[in-house]
Design a binder for this molecule. Structure first.
Ligand SMILES: [Zn+2]
Length: 340
């Protein structure tokens, strides 16, 4: 770990970044965002950092949409390092904060939309949980549900976030109907009534906003209709989520939808069957939410880097050091296996 820390510090030196960038040229970097803020807030990308990051990207990388990356006709030269900026869930803070900066810098991105939420004023379940916890600051108690006990602690922001993670983990393992019941019962337990529509803090983009960003060069991809986790669905439900969301966006925008982002996107949230279905329905690729390098292998499970306010970590991922370390580790793994 000390060695990693030392190498990370070296990346502050521009000549080292040039070298690692050169060694990893041609390898795409796909980065993932969800929420933005003006100032500072937990789990959100600050406007200041985002502006700094796109300045770095503009200087040394070629930006493309996800469809652009996968389309052989738009491939850049082998000396270039393509970057794909992806944003999931289409919150208003993307439109208000990130989109103007992308336009100012002449950059494209790929925005993944869950069509069943656009203009319907529906809560995303994770926001409903956050709202309930935020309404009851400074509490410590135990919530029991289906023979499970959850320690609810909203003492500090970190405690609240830990509690949210605990509850969200449970929710991720349940079907939609059980999840809604769980959140409803939990809200009653906490003595909170959930407003019918999300508060402004949780606002999502409407079709007017989505059409505007699309007209300005942002690619729109599908994120299902109901933000449904693919592996929790039967074949018919899965097909409907993938087909209908694509159809709705295409009718609204008058353009083909070619890319997809798996809701939640962890390894347990997608499978071979879903990848084959995506291909049959005319999608050309899909992104997941875990990290890794896309060596032009499987276009239906493209890994993404999550990025934070940590600038050295951004250098580490974007300039290819993470990729080099993984490549070297892979080589050692292979030679160790061969020697056995
Ligand atoms: Zn999502």
């Amino acid at each position: 770990m000390r060695l990693v820390k030392f190498i990370k510090r070296l990346l502050v030196v521009s000549a080292i970044r040039r070298l690692t960038l050169h060694l990893t040229r041609g390898i795409p970097r796909v980065i993932m965002y969800h929420r933005f803020c003006d100032g500072r807030a937990m789990n959100r990308m600050s406007k200041e950092t985002f502006e700094w990051q796109i300045g770095v990207i503009r200087k040394d990388f070629r930006v493309t949409s996800l469809a652009g990356l996968l389309d052989p006709l738009t491939k850049g030269g082998s000396g270039e390092a393509p970057v794909v900026i992806t944003i999931d869930d289409a919150y208003m803070d993307f439109y208000d904060i990130a989109f103007p900066l992308l336009i100012k810098n002449g950059m494209t991105a790929t925005l993944f939309v869950s069509t069943g939420f656009v203009d319907f004023k529906r809560w995303f379940w994770w926001d409903a949980l956050r709202f309930v916890l935020a309404e009851r600051k400074g509490e410590r108690k135990t919530y029991c549900h289906n023979e499970r006990a959850f320690c609810i602690d909203t003492g500090t922001e970190i405690d609240t976030d830990r509690t949210w993670n605990l509850l969200a983990d449970y929710c991720l393992g349940t079907h939609d109907s059980e999840r809604s019941r769980f959140i409803g019962e939990f809200a009653s337990f906490m003595g909170v009534s959930l407003p019918a529509a999300p508060l402004p803090e949780y606002d999502q983009m409407g079709w007017d906003h989505i059409m505007e960003v699309s007209r300005n060069g942002v690619e729109i991809g599908s994120h299902t209709v109901n933000h449904a986790i693919m592996t929790s669905l039967g074949n018919d439900e899965k097909k409907e989520e993938l087909e209908l969301s694509k159809d709705i966006i295409e009718k609204r925008l008058g353009e083909k939808v070619r890319t997809f982002s798996y809701p939640n996107g962890k390894r347990r949230d997608y499978d071979r069957k879903t990848m084959d279905l995506l291909r049959r329905l005319g999608y050309i690729g899909a992104v997941v939410s875990h990290e890794g390098i896309y060596f032009s292998g499987e276009p239906y499970a493209i890994p993404r880097y999550s990025v934070s306010d940590d600038r050295v970590d951004f250098y580490w991922k974007l300039y290819g050091m993470d990729c080099l370390v993984k490549k070297i580790a892979g080589l050692f793994g292979r030679s160790a296996k061969a020697a056995q």
